[in-house]
Design a protein around this ligand. Structure first.
Ligand SMILES: [Zn+2]
Length: 163
């Protein structure tokens, strides 16, 4: 979380324009090996031996060829499996054009189609570990504040669209 620098926002703005249509992604997922689809496959890089200076679990970038990339840092490796899935989905949501942190969380929760228990686990992790990707400044209670924003702005977090 995961992201948030101004430079990244600029990058994401350009990425949103150059990113493929969903049709092309679907074609890539079906195994259609067009050059365009191959180029747009998300690359994942594990820098889990390194702490991100702003405590991010992961962030998005582009590799030298311009391919969308997710880079994972040490904090990611300390998270339980269900939260790793949430982080990965959150970053993929950024790559799909959700630039804002809350919007990326809403997108991730929507895509994960969590059970009530699954949602409660994500909530508990965010609150108890003080996860807040909107700020680089550490303070107690930021996880709770972050969750409140998520809950008030995205239907899946409030349980309205749960299975
Ligand atoms: Zn983010």
């Amino acid at each position: 979380m995961i992201t948030g620098s101004h430079a990244l926002a600029v990058f994401l703005a350009s990425l949103a324009i150059s990113l493929c249509t969903f049709g092309e992604v679907a074609a890539a997922n079906r195994g259609t090996k067009t050059q365009a689809a191959k180029h747009r496959t998300v690359r994942e890089v594990y820098r889990t031996g390194v702490n991100h200076p702003r405590r991010y679990f992961a962030e998005t970038a582009r590799d030298r060829s311009g391919r969308p990339t997710i880079i994972y840092y040490r904090r990611y490796s300390t998270a339980p499996g269900y939260f790793k899935t949430f982080i990965r989905t959150h970053e993929r949501c950024h790559l799909s054009g959700h630039r804002n942190e809350i919007a990326a969380n809403c997108c991730a929760l929507e895509r994960m189609r969590l059970s009530k228990r699954g949602l409660a686990a994500i909530r508990h992790y965010i609150v108890s570990r003080d996860v807040n990707s909107e700020t680089a400044v550490d303070y107690k209670g930021q996880g709770r504040l972050f969750w409140r924003k998520i809950e008030s702005r995205c239907p899946p977090a409030s349980g309205r669209k749960l299975r």
